[in-house]
Design a protein around this ligand. Structure first.
Ligand code: ZN
Ligand code: ZN
Ligand code: ZN
Length: 140
């Protein structure tokens, strides 16, 4: 999903494309994988944008609620990512150094999602999958 799709989603929800809102979407979509709230804040501060806690909290909540961004809490840290409708990926999470590796998978799971949706008459918007373990460095 590109930035324009994000903007369309925001407008559909009656939201305005404010400066801070569009910069948050830009930073998250440029990362192309999970970015922590700390990473996001440092990205904003490089642009000389210094929102207070409640502003950033409200923005992230609005964007998450409207499925413009996805929120994942991994090992107690909040991460954000742009949902990709067709070509998305999953994650390997190292339980020792907390590094996150992006992995692409074949289509089995995505096909199964359709079956699960049908069987349960459930309108699935997205799914998230993290594999937990130890990265190569941490296995040594
Ligand atoms: Zn990712
Ligand atoms: Zn590791
Ligand atoms: Zn998937």
């Amino acid at each position: 999903m590109d930035k324009n799709t994000s903007y369309i989603k925001i407008r559909e929800q009656g939201g305005r494309i404010t400066k801070i809102r569009s910069e948050i979407v830009n930073i998250i979509s440029n990362k192309d994988c999970l970015i922590s709230s700390t990473g996001l804040l440092s990205g904003l501060s490089k642009l000389n944008i210094h929102p207070n806690r409640s502003t950033i909290y409200r923005e992230l909540q609005f964007l998450t609620k409207n499925n413009v961004i996805l929120k994942k809490t991994i090992s107690g840290v909040d991460y954000y990512e742009i949902p990709h409708d067709h070509h998305h990926h999953h994650h390997l999470v190292c339980m020792n150094c907390n590094s996150i590796i992006k992995v692409e998978m074949n289509n089995h799971l995505e096909e199964q999602e359709k079956q699960i949706a049908k069987q349960n008459k459930f309108n699935i918007i997205n799914h998230s999958l993290e594999f937990y373990g130890y990265c190569q460095k941490c296995q040594a």
